[in-house]
Ligand binder design. Structure first.
Ligand code: F6P
Length: 362
């Protein structure tokens, strides 16, 4: 039976979003002859006058290698806490009824929601409100449960690794300590894996509160042994033992999501105090999620898109697609959201880093 399916991308942009959209459109049209509607700017596109367009084969031509999302996205459009101006004041209101009505009005049978923890929580709640939803897990942070890996993560690790290779040049030539702040929110995956790939000397992650005295000691020992430079990778969510994360905006100031940033400067400042070395800070920021996806992410995103359509066909709603081992499977969205997938401080990856001589802040 012919179907009309809608797709939206929510939360921060991420390499591979376009590959998912392409995978959905091509498998829905080529294999099933269905119609696909692209909702613009995440759930925002279903608030007020619906904003959407038909996605045909031509509209997804050439987008596989493109970063970002052709549909646009928003991480400010939670329909259950939607910012509206009431009496001149920004107030958060529940507009989910409007979203459900708009979804019905555009004539879609199912919704594929591509996003991270926030988007998938909204998707699960809308599924309970009657919108048949299939989720696709996205985030460079790799902090979602239920899947071995999210798409976008592999690309981000590649970008940071390349940056570390480049920063080695300056660090070595000028005998500097380079402190590199990377993204990841409360998960240390990007810092740990790119730090390993880029041969960082110190890696600081949120899962292991760090001791600055020990960090300085490790850098001093390296200098004494003849390596007069060091590369320190610090995850944006890392914090000193007994201290706090460094934020630019609190959750209250930023519609429920705290904006991290600044820990790189904090660590640099303290290393400068304890060592007589030139210390520089590099914040990689949004470079980590911009540009073309890696081959791994292009393939994973395409497979996720294809599987999401298959789940719609099977009526397998309230689920998201996930990579388990080498297979793309369905798991309940419920199992993926809420608690985060964090680095195990006693796990094999951290152990490998420490056995390789990387200082993990403890
Ligand atoms: O979740 C992806 C991510 O890039 C995080 O690593 C980072 O903390 C956050 O989004 C930044 O979000 P924004 O672009 O809204 O500042």
């Amino acid at each position: 039976m012919s179907k009309t399916i809608a797709i939206l991308t929510g939360g921060g942009d991420c390499p591979g979003l376009n590959a998912v959209i392409r995978g959905v459109v091509r498998s829905a049209i080529l294999k099933r002859g269905w119609k696909v509607l692209g909702i613009e700017d995440g759930f925002d596109g279903l608030v007020g006058q619906p904003r959407f367009r038909t996605l045909d084969l031509a509209s997804v031509r050439g987008i596989l290698p493109r970063g970002g999302t052709i549909l646009g996205t928003s991480n400010r459009g939670n329909p259950f806490q939607y910012p509206r101006e009431i009496d001149g004041k920004e107030t958060l209101v529940d507009v989910s009824d409007e979203v459900v009505q708009n979804f019905r009005a555009i004539g879609a049978d199912a919704l594929i929601a591509v996003g991270g923890d926030g988007t998938l929580k909204i998707a699960r709640a809308l599924n309970e409100r009657g919108i048949p939803v299939v989720g696709v897990p996205k985030t460079i942070d790799n902090d979602l449960r239920g899947t071995d890996v999210t798409f976008g993560y592999n690309t981000a690790v590649g970008i940071v690794t390349e940056a570390l290779d480049r920063l080695h040049t300056t660090a070595e030539s000028h005998q500097r300590v380079m402190v590199v702040e990377v993204m990841g929110r409360d998960a240390g995956w990007i810092a740990l894996e790119s730090g390993l790939a880029g041969s960082a000397d110190v890696i600081l992650i949120p899962e292991i509160p760090f001791d600055l005295g020990k960090v300085c000691q490790a850098i001093r020992q390296r200098s004494a042994a003849g390596s007069r430079f060091s590369i320190v990778v610090v995850a944006e969510g890392a914090f000193p033992a007994g201290g706090d994360k460094v934020t630019q905006l609190s959750a209250e100031q930023n519609l429920g999501v705290e904006r991290l940033g600044g820990i790189g400067q904090f660590v640099s400042h303290h290393i400068r105090q304890c060592l007589d070395m030139e210390v520089r800070t590099v914040v990689l920021g949004h470079l980590q999620r911009g540009g073309t996806p890696s081959s791994f992410d292009r393939i994973l995103s395409s497979r996720f898109g294809v599987k999401a359509v298959e789940l719609v066909e099977q009526g397998s709603f309230g689920n998201m697609v996930a990579l388990r081992g080498r297979e793309v499977v369905a798991v309940e969205i419920e199992k993926a959201v809420g608690a985060l997938n964090l680095v195990d401080p006693e796990g094999d990856l951290v152990k490998a880093a420490e056995d390789l001589g990387v200082m993990m802040g403890r």
